[in-house]
Design a protein around this ligand. Structure first.
Ligand SMILES: *Cc1c(COP(=O)(O)O)cnc(C)c1O
Length: 411
């Protein structure tokens, strides 16, 4: 399994300064840059270390339950006319792809002698995955979370507490993911020596976009081999949702050089793509800029500050995106498009009812796009990264959308 990691580790992007073309880099205070350089150095050493690779590969297999299956969704395929396959990251321990990079980051923190890992979380998935990894590896863990998300994602807040992590509310602005990042960043600045900021996606200053991508590349490397083994071919299309962009980079990275494979990244159009604050379609509507320590497409308000953003999926409402995605957009290697709240909820029920799989609302954006794509790609194959499961979303969905789908549950 270590060999499957090697492929992506050998990619020549980013360059030594952390740039993917024009995007990425590191725009942080001087004192933090010193620590960031140490993290880069430690990571570059560790990723060549066979002991580390074996330890991570062993955890992926026996703790996370990897490889996650690739499932041919025959009922959906029949209904929508294309051959739809699902990479089942929803079956991982903790229910999503985030455990892949959290274990990597926790092991790195431990080896660097850090005492605590801290992070932001949106839907709570990154927080739970990191709290899990911290418990396993033996580190303290502080999780910063917007007050709005704390209310919306209650079960994940409880999980983090049970796992021994401290959940710290971000109480300014819209009180969601962006504010949680602000709060975590501030806390990190106060003690970058004893803490490691385990960023939750392929965002932030170098080396995080590279490092998180590398840890997530296990998804694409597995999926490519599994798809080949099951069908004798490569998929014609690969679809993933894009918040910060880690699950998408994870699956795309294995296919970047296979030019016959069309890659599709799906951003959230929220309630209304044409009203600021009602969507989080960063690459679709944004422009290049710097926030949270890196350069990428971002959604800016009139003052050039990060725009307030919204999506029904808490894990997708971030006003920037991983720098490699910006690069892949400009080079045209990946197509980026949008799915709105309603389409995602339709897909949430379609997958639940045709295949008996309840997806995370984030992942439902990718499923929705695959269903759309199917009408133009009849008979073609589409591999969807099902980034997580929907347990965390069921109460919210039923309360807000249940009636329209004939779900009436009395409390
Ligand atoms: C966090 C999350 C996402 C969005 O994050 P990316 O970094 O864009 O992958 C997508 N799906 C699920 C299930 C998540 O928990």
């Amino acid at each position: 399994m270590s060999d499957t990691i090697t492929n992506t580790f050998n990619h020549n992007l980013p360059n030594a300064d952390g740039y993917f073309g024009d995007y990425g880099g590191s725009f942080i205070p001087e004192e933090l840059q010193t620590v960031m350089n140490e993290i880069t150095q430690a990571y570059l050493e560790i990723r060549e270390d066979q002991g580390f690779r074996d330890e991570l590969a062993d955890l992926y297999r026996h703790y996370v339950g990897r490889p996650s299956p690739v499932f041919h969704a025959k009922n959906l395929s029949r209904e929508y006319g294309a051959d739809i396959y699902l990479k089942r990251e929803d079956l991982n321990h903790t229910g999503a792809h985030k455990i892949n990079h959290c274990l990597g980051e926790a092991l790195l923190a431990k080896k660097m002698g850090k005492k605590k890992i801290i992070a932001e979380t949106g839907a709570g998935q990154h927080g739970v995955a990191l709290a899990t990894a911290a418990a396993l590896v033996g580190l303290e863990c502080d999780i910063y979370m917007g007050e709005v998300d704390i209310k919306k994602e209650h079960p994940n807040v409880v999980r983090m507490a049970i796992l021994g992590a401290k959940v710290i509310p971000a109480t300014h602005g819209r009180k969601t993911l962006k504010e949680a990042v602000d709060a975590a960043f501030e806390a990190y600045l106060k003690d970058p020596v004893n803490q490691l900021y385990a960023i939750g996606s392929v965002v932030g200053p170098h080396p995080f976009p590279m490092m998180v991508r590398d840890f997530q590349s296990i998804i694409g490397n597995e999926a490519k081999a599994q798809f080949l083994q099951q069908t004798g071919k490569l998929p014609e299309n690969v679809v993933a949702c894009v918040g910060g962009g880690s699950n998408a980079m994870g699956i795309f990275s294995a296919f970047l050089e296979d030019m016959d494979v069309d890659l599709w990244g799906v951003e959230p159009a929220g309630r209304d793509l044409h009203t600021d604050g009602e969507h989080a379609a960063t690459m679709f509507k944004g422009e290049p800029g710097i926030m949270h320590g890196f350069k990428s497409y971002m959604l800016k308000d009139q003052d050039g500050e990060p725009q307030e953003v919204y999506s029904v999926a808490s894990g997708l409402d971030y006003p920037s995106v991983g720098p490699q995605h910006s690069y892949l957009k400009d080079t045209g290697r990946v197509n980026y498009d949008v799915i709105n709240d309603q389409e995602a909820i339709d897909a949430f029920f379609a997958l639940s009812r045709h295949e008996g799989i309840i997806p995370a609302i984030e992942s439902a954006h990718a499923v929705a796009y695959a269903l759309k794509l199917a009408s133009d790609h009849k008979g073609r194959s589409i591999l969807v990264n099902l980034s997580g499961r929907g347990d965390k979303d069921i109460d919210f969905v039923v309360e807000n959308y249940g009636e329209a789908y004939g779900v009436n549950v009395t409390k």
